[in-house]
Design a protein around this ligand. Structure first.
Ligand code: SF4
Length: 457
């Protein structure tokens, strides 16, 4: 067990997060300390950080990073940046001066590797050239459908395997919530920039249920789905039918997500997906026949038993299938997932392999004409690496960008939906969450409705 006494800090949270990138949770302790190092504290495996007593927090983190690197022999590529939105400081620096300035400053300040600096520069370039600022009078809308046909081994989302009766009961309440939220939006004169129906897997609902859902959104918000960015996740290919896709298209929706995660049957079985790679191929061809313009496909680097060749074969096939958006996730092993229960330290293993997968994805996607357009990190990702959304030029998802920018109100409806209100004058967000369990959502439905008023305080 290592013990780190960190001098002249108010709280040790960020230092603990940084140490976690290098060491297992039970392998260290960080202690906020003020004063001179006391000899008896510094026993074996105890270290004193910031002897110079500087109050520059970034400088202390750099010193701590150096110490952790020396002790473990690893040098994580995101340096001292532990936050989940690495593009935020990068874009601020670009706007202050230029992309070139950002490249120098971000690597000096946070000790990022050259590859991560150049990834941020590519994303910043794309966004600065293709994405305008947030239209001040517009919100985005997220609707959660917390059902899936089976539960994946790594899942920590609001997702449940439920009966048709439960789907119907949930939808009944959700339609009322949409109506209520739409009426509030009309009263306050807010319009929507984008709509995203996620979960869970929304296409777990039947075709007539999907039709009811989209009609209710259109009616409550007074919109034509074809007139704005409107995405429906059809993540699990085993939920896709021609009838459901035709309903979505006929109602004007042209963007869906079909999320393979891997194109290897053995992996799909191992992670509990209960469908085959052939189902993914059929889902893609059905979606093309039905006329969807943008299909997003998620892949995960670091799935159990996968090596670089498996990852390369999956990515090659997704590119060949012509997905307009491809999001490359690094496996995140969170509390509440089966993978975490079975192998608590899984996310600490395979960092070098997963890093090679991400490097390969960058080469393959760039040479196939894709551009990286958004990025985020999650806790407990293998190697503290990242998720990157790639798109063919012009096919980016504005919703994905807005959710990472944290500069827009996102109204969250349904079980598991976490919305946020943005206060531009204070540049501040307030989180407004519905409960995540669909049964409690129904039991406490009146409370869920009244929470919608908080978006307009
Ligand atoms: S498809 Fe997504 S939401 Fe559903 S169980 Fe798998 S990881 Fe969870």
């Amino acid at each position: 067990m290592y013990r780190f006494y960190i001098n002249n800090i108010d709280d040790d949270y960020h230092f603990m997060e940084l140490a976690r990138v290098f060491l297992p949770d039970d392998g260290f302790e960080t202690i906020a300390y003020t004063g001179r190092p006391v000899a008896h504290l510094l026993g074996e495996n105890s270290y004193f950080v910031n002897e110079a007593a500087t109050s520059d927090r970034e400088a202390i983190k750099r010193e701590f990073f150096g110490l952790l690197s020396d002790l473990t022999g690893i040098r994580p590529p995101w340096g001292t940046l532990t936050g989940v939105r690495p593009l935020k400081p990068a874009l601020e620096m670009c706007r202050q001066s230029s992309v070139e300035y950002m490249e120098q400053e971000i690597s000096r300040k946070y000790l990022l590797s050259e590859r991560k600096v150049s990834l941020l520069a590519d994303i910043a370039d794309y966004q600065l050239a293709n994405v305008g600022g947030v239209p001040w009078e517009m919100d985005s809308l997220y609707i959660g459908i917390p059902f899936c046909p089976t539960r994946c081994a790594y899942c920590s989302f609001a997702s449940n395997v439920a009966s048709e009766e439960e789907h119907a009961e949930y939808l009944g309440n959700l339609l009322k919530e949409i109506e209520y939220a739409g009426a509030l939006a009309a009263e306050h004169g807010t319009k929507l920039e984008s709509i995203y129906i996620g979960g869970g897997t929304p296409t777990t609902l039947s075709a007539p249920q999907l039709e009811k859902l989209i009609s209710k959104v259109s009616e409550a918000y007074g919109i034509d789905p074809a007139s704005l960015e409107f995405t429906v996740e059809a993540g699990r290919p085993d939920t896709i039918t021609k009838e459901k896709l035709e309903v979505l298209r006929s109602m004007g929706i042209s963007r869906i997500s079909i999320n393979p995660q891997s194109m290897k049957d053995r992996t799909l079985q191992l992670i509990g997906r209960d469908h085959s790679a052939d189902d993914i191929r059929s889902g893609f061809s059905l979606a093309r026949e039905t006329g969807f313009d943008v299909i997003n496909a998620d892949l995960i680097a670091g799935l159990p038993e996968e090596d670089l060749n498996d990852f390369e074969a999956s990515l090659r096939e997704i590119i060949d299938l012509g997905a307009e958006n491809i999001t490359i996730h690094t496996l995140s092993v969170k509390r509440g997932s089966r993978l975490k229960e079975n192998s608590p330290e899984y996310y600490r293993k395979n960092a070098a392999d997963v890093s090679a997968m991400l490097d390969l994805s960058r080469e393959m996607l760039s040479s196939a004409g894709y551009r990286p357009y958004y990025i985020y990190r999650q806790k407990h990702q293998i190697g503290a690496l990242e998720n990157v959304g790639w798109c063919l030029p012009g096919k980016h998802s504005i919703y994905n960008i807005r959710i990472m920018e944290d500069k827009q109100t996102i109204i969250g409806l349904g079980a598991g939906a976490v919305g946020k209100v943005y206060y531009p004058k204070e540049d501040r967000l307030e989180r407004i969450a519905n409960v995540s369990n669909y049964r409690i959502y129904s039991e406490r439905f009146d409370d869920m409705l009244s929470r919608k008023n908080e978006y307009y305080k």
